[in-house]
Structures are given as structure tokens and as C-alpha cells.
Design a protein around this ligand. Structure first.
Ligand code: UD1
Length: 419
């Protein structure tokens, strides 16, 4: 199995363009199911998760593939969709597959989607997705590990999520676009990926108001048309590359990303001592000065993203003084901690809190990627650990980072993949 080998010690310097957002792309791909015809997504990242969604769309009867001209354009022709079942083997590979439920039941009145099941970073139930679809009048049954949702026409309704759920908001938002009448989604997620989905749905003909607030209003329409949409830059990839600047005391500019989406991450990098500049197309982090311990609390947008928690923790292992990292979004998202400890980090865990005491140096060691963002944290640590850090199970990284070793190498990292 592939491994990534990093030899630590190089300062990262330079400019790098980020890929399109993985999480946006997955939701936008599901939304293509709502329209009869060919939708096109430009700037889509070439990732395992995107390929997994393509495979699922094809299993449903769509023609879905990369369009070879640019290498980053996806075409999804949902006119031939004739199978409404998302099988266990595809859904268990990637939870985001569950987002086909809303579009299928809204457009075809019928969907059978495997329950995603447990996942390394916590239980991650889908009760809120189901609650939302039931509020719109879908009949939902759980049978043999599958969610069966049927409807003879969804009806707009007022619903309130019990907690903030990104994919849950997206699933229900997609369904509501074709429901009769008005839907009000209270306690909606405000993540940029929800806003981008609403933007694409609006281009398709949906009537959506106040996406990006916690109360989204949708007026249902009879049908949606296929569109062409350019995916926004990936804010987590951008944050990861800027964290790489911080941990290597380097100077990195990321481009192709709206810096307002990075604000909570930039704020924490500033607080620990890095210099941050933003411009219309990106952000720059210069980190040659003194760095100090900080407090990081993950929260739904606009709070600090849980998807950046492992990476910021890697940075904090080497600052002067102590830091506290509190994980409030997922209950089991500290699997990178034992691996960082293998590299010499001083971290103690207590429930949802990690106490990180800065050390002088990390030392290279073999480590194992346990999930997508944990693996990014390990790569960052490897960039500064003395000697060699060998990261195994890199398929986790390939789920969400396009060409990460080439990007880091272009900034001066000593990193390669061994196959
Ligand atoms: C999305 C992102 C993921 C990110 C997460 C939080 C995608 C493909 N993935 O995941 O990268 O880490 O948002 O920003 O976009 N929950 C329930 N019931 C539900 C739904 C969620 O209890 O029905 C809980 C989850 O277990 C979790 C919390 O809500 O503790 C937030 O999860 P959610 O926002 O739904 O995450 P995802 O949308 O799956």
C-alpha cells in the first residue's frame, strides 16, 4: 500500500493554487440528480471521494464522468436515472453518498439508500436528515440497514434541526426545492458549502432565500434545469497549506480561495504569532517569528472548522507554551493524538479537550493515517520532524487532498510517495 515519506526540516516558501472544494463538489454532484439533463461542474477536484460519488451516480442510472478536456470538469447527465437504490457497498465508503436521498425522493418520489453506519470519527447518525425529509411529507422507513423514503409529492413545511448539520441541511434543502409551497429550515448550517449549493440550485431555477443564515426559506418550483457551475476553492485545503507555512516557519500564499471563508483559521494563525495578509484571491501566512500557545474550540461555521482541528494541533505541538483544543463537533476526533505522540508531541486528552504542551522538536517515525484530516495533521508534523516520517494508509489523504505531495514539494518540502 502507498506510503508518503517526509523528511522534515525545510521551510515552505512560495505560492500554490488550491483545488476546488471537495465537500461542495459532493453536494453539487448530488444536486445534479434534481434536473433532467446534463449538469457540468468545473474546477472539481480529482479525488477518491469524487470518484466514489461518480460511481454512485452511475449506479443510479446517470451518465456521470470526468470530461477529459480540462481534467477538472465533471458532466452529470441525470436524464436516465432509473434506479433509486444507493447500495451499502457504495454508501459505506463515503457518508456524503447519503445526500442522494433528498434529490431522489424529491424528483422521483422514491429512494432507498443504505444507512451509512458508524465511522472512525464518531457515530454520525442521520436522524436529522430523516427528520427533515419527514417534515416535508416523505414516508421514511428503516429496513434491513436501508432507509426507504417515498412520497407522492413533497409538501413545504417549517422544520427545525436539533443540531447544526451540514449535509443534513443540504439534503433537506435539495428536497425542498421541488416541494409544493414554502419550506423554512430553522437552525440551518451556515457553512460556505451550503451557500454554494444554494447558489447552484438557484441557477437551476430554485427559489432560495437567506442561505448562509440559520433560517433558510425555500419556495418550491415544479422542476429544475441542468446548469454549468464552477466549484469554489477548498477552504480546508487552503487552511492546511497555510498551517504548513506556520509549522515550518515559512511564507506561503494560497490562491484560488475567497479569504473570507478562512477567517476563523487565519484568526488562530494570527493569534499564535504568524503574520497574515489577505487579498481578493487568497491569503498569505508568514511565520518566522515567535509562536505561542492558544485556545482552539471547533464549532459550526463561522466557528473554527473541525476539519482543521488536527492540522492546527500539529502546529501547536511546537509553539512556546500550552494550548487547549476543544472538539465540539464530533465526539471521537482525536485519533491523530497517539500518532502525534509517536513523533514526540506532548498532548494529554480529557474527554473533548486536548491539552498540548509545546516541545522543542518532533522526531520522525512511522505513523498511520486514521482519517482524512488526521492524516493531514500527520503530514504537517512530518514536515518539521527530524529525520524521516513515513505515513501509511495514505488512501485517507487521497480522499480529500488532490496531489498534496506535489503541492507541498512545490513549496520546498522533501516529500515523496512510495507505491
Ligand atoms: C460535513 C463535512 C465534514 C465536516 C462536517 C462538519 C461533507 C461531505 N462533510 O459532514 O467534512 O467535518 O460537515 O463541519 O460535507 N449529526 C447528528 N444527526 C444527523 C446529522 C449529524 O447527530 O442527522 C451530528 C454528527 O454526528 C456530528 C454533528 O452532527 O456530531 C455535525 O455533523 P454534520 O454537520 O452533519 O457533518 P456532515 O455533514 O456529515
Amino acid at each position: 500500500m502507498d506510503q508518503i515519506v517526509v523528511r522534515g526540516g525545510n521551510r515552505l516558501v512560495g505560492e500554490v493554487a488550491v483545488s476546488g472544494s471537495k465537500n461542495s463538489t459532493l453536494a453539487l454532484m448530488a444536486s445534479a440528480l434534481l434536473a433532467d439533463g446534463v449538469s457540468v461542474l468545473d474546477n472539481a477536484p480529482r479525488l477518491r471521494d469524487v470518484d466514489a460519488m461518480l460511481e454512485l451516480l452511475r449506479a443510479l442510472g446517470a451518465k456521470a464522468d470526468w470530461n477529459d478536456e480540462s481534467g477538472h470538469t465533471l458532466s452529470i447527465d441525470a436524464s436516465g436515472v432509473d434506479n433509486f437504490e444507493a447500495p451499502y457497498d457504495l454508501v459505506r465508503k463515503m457518508r456524503a453518498s447519503f445526500m442522494v436521498l433528498g434529490p431522489l425522493v424529491a424528483r422521483f418520489g422514491n429512494a432507498r439508500v443504505s444507512e451509512p453506519g458508524g465511522c472512525a470519527i464518531g457515530v454520525r447518525p442521520v436522524d436529522q436528515h430523516l427528520k427533515g425529509l419527514e417534515a416535508l411529507g416523505a414516508k421514511v422507513q428503516l429496513q434491513h440497514g436501508y432507509v426507504q423514503a417515498t412520497s407522492s409529492g413533497l409538501e413545504g413545511a417549517r422544520l427545525a434541526f436539533d443540531l447544526t448539520t451540514v449535509n443534513g441541511t443540504q439534503n433537506v434543502l435539495m428536497a425542498a426545492t421541488l416541494a409544493r409551497g414554502e419550506t423554512v429550515i430553522e437552525n440551518a448550517a451556515r457553512e460556505p458549502e451550503v451557500v454554494e449549493l444554494a447558489t447552484m440550485l438557484s441557477k437551476m431555477g430554485a427559489e432560495i432565500h437567506a442561505a448562509g443564515s440559520d433560517r433558510i426559506v425555500v419556495r418550491g418550483v415544479k422542476e429544475l434545469r441542468p446548469v454549468r457551475h464552477r466549484v469554489e476553492g477548498d477552504r480546508i485545503e487552503a487552511g492546511t497549506l497555510l498551517a504548513a507555512a506556520a509549522i515550518t516557519r515559512g511564507d506561503v500564499r494560497v490562491t484560488g480561495i475567497d479569504p473570507s471563508l478562512l477567517e476563523s483559521t487565519l484568526e488562530k494563525l494570527r493569534e499564535l504569532g504568524a503574520e497574515v495578509e489577505v487579498d481578493a484571491d487568497g491569503a498569505r501566512v508568514r511565520a518566522d517569528g515567535h509562536q505561542v500557545g492558544i485556545r482552539v474550540v471547533t464549532a459550526p461555521f463561522p466557528g473554527f472548522p473541525t476539519d482543521m482541528q488536527a492540522q492546527i494541533m500539529a502546529v501547536l505541538t511546537l509553539v512556546d507554551g500550552s494550548s487547549v483544543v476543544i472538539e465540539n463537533v464530533f465526539e471521537n476526533r482525536f485519533m491523530h493524538v497517539p500518532e502525534l505522540q509517536r513523533l514526540g508531541a506532548d498532548i494529554s486528552l480529557s474527554g473533548r479537550s486536548a491539552h498540548v504542551r509545546g516541545v522543542e522538536k518532533l522526531m520522525g517515525a512511522p505513523v498511520m493515517a486514521t482519517d482524512l484530516r488526521a492524516s493531514a495533521g500527520l503530514l504537517l508534523a512530518g514536515l518539521v520532524a527530524t529525520g524521516e516520517t513515513r505515513v501509511s494508509r495514505v488512501y485517507h489523504i487521497d480522499r480529500g487532498y488532490e496531489n498534496i505531495e506535489a503541492k507541498l514539494r512545490s513549496l520546498g518540502a522533501d516529500i515523496c510517495r512510495e507505491v
